[in-house]
Design a protein around this ligand. Sequence first.
Ligand code: HEC
Ligand code: HEC
Length: 162
Amino acid sequence: MKRALIVMTVLLSGAAWADGNENIAPAASNQKWKTECSECHMAYPPALLPERSWRKMMAGLGSHFGQDASLDAASAKEITDFLVKNSAERAGGKRAKKVLGSLGPNEAPQRISETAWFIHEHDEVSPQVWKRPKIGSPANCNACHQGAEQGNYSEHQIRIPR
Ligand code: HEC
Ligand code: HEC
């Protein structure tokens, strides 16, 4: 019994390690998405939200987290198609699966940082840390994840600003 437990632990930490080294940048990028969706913050990985979240967000860009992020119809369509094609359902990979598994079937979160998956992965970050001036909010991924823009969230690339 004890032995089985040890084996389990080793297997689980092995899985976590593999996770941390999996790049989650979209397989092929899209210039319009890169430009338009990194104007106010980094372009977040499409694989960290389900299709229904992206569709809802793209239909409401006129009031996007208190800002007007609206686009012309052609750009909005191109970006929506790109986000859907690379969403958690389509991207594959362990993290995308975990994100999906953490959501109810009709839940369409508008924040990666509010998914149960995200909250669990970040449970060691205390509330005061999120509020540090150089961080500001959990949405500021690249404040701590040095490789965020390249889709690298490996634990070796985390530096939490003081
Ligand atoms: C305050 C700094 C900070 C911010 C901001 C932050 N993270 Fe993290 N992140 C961490 C820490 C610390 C961990 C836990 C690392 C560990 O336990 O190995 C983590 C873990 C992760 C992991 C899991 C890595 C793995 O091994 O699978 C992912 C993915 C991730 N963060 C994505 C994000 C995304 C996406 C955002 C923005 C929406 C974000 N993080 C914002 C500090 C941060
Ligand atoms: C005019 C500025 C602006 C533009 C352009 C913009 N956003 Fe945002 N976005 C925001 C603000 C402000 C927030 C909230 C940030 C915070 O809480 O720190 C946000 C938050 C988000 C979040 C939630 C982050 C989290 O997990 O907490 C996602 C996802 C997002 N934006 C996607 C997009 C996409 C996709 C596009 C391109 C179609 C886009 N944004 C373009 C201003 C913008």
